[in-house]
Design a protein around this ligand. Structure first.
Ligand code: PRT
Length: 108
């Protein structure tokens, strides 16, 4: 457990809430509302993070970022995306400059 990333642990908790009682679990309530609501929450938390950056404090950016990451893990579980799928993509990108990658897409 010590070397498990907190997002992996959060994902495991979130995924285990599928089918749980919406009266006692906020995550179960989101799953019951469905993909559109879950995706909407990710968008809202993203916007709240942007607002915190533009008009509030670094502490608020951190707490909105935590809300965003939590809702993103709910979206992953809803979509059947596992954290390791995302980690794999990030690992494959390591060492590849975003500028180089963008240039390789020119003409797509
Ligand atoms: N990390 C979180 C987490 N971060 C934010 N939130 C909830 O996300 C909600 C976001 O706030 P909002 O004001 O947008 O919520 P709201 O107004 O009720 O949203 P609407 O659905 O009405 O749009 C709040 O209710 C927060 O409590 C979280 N809820 C749960 N977790 C984790 O998920 C675990 C399981 O939680 P339950 O499913 O509730 O047992 C917890 O132990 C935590 O580890």
């Amino acid at each position: 457990m010590a070397d498990q990333h907190i997002l992996d642990a959060l994902y495991a908790t979130v995924a285990a809430r599928k089918g749980a009682d919406p009266d006692t679990s906020y995550t179960a309530k989101l799953f019951a509302k469905g993909t559109a609501k879950i995706a909407q929450k990710v968008g809202e938390e993203g916007v709240e993070t942007v607002i915190a950056a533009l008009a509030e404090t670094p502490d608020k950016v951190a707490s909105e970022s935590a809300d965003l990451l939590y809702h993103l893990t709910v979206l992953w579980a809803d979509q059947g995306v596992k954290p390791e799928d995302v980690w794999q993509i990030l690992a494959e990108r390591q060492g590849i400059s975003g500028i180089t990658e963008k240039a390789s897409r020119k003409g797509d």
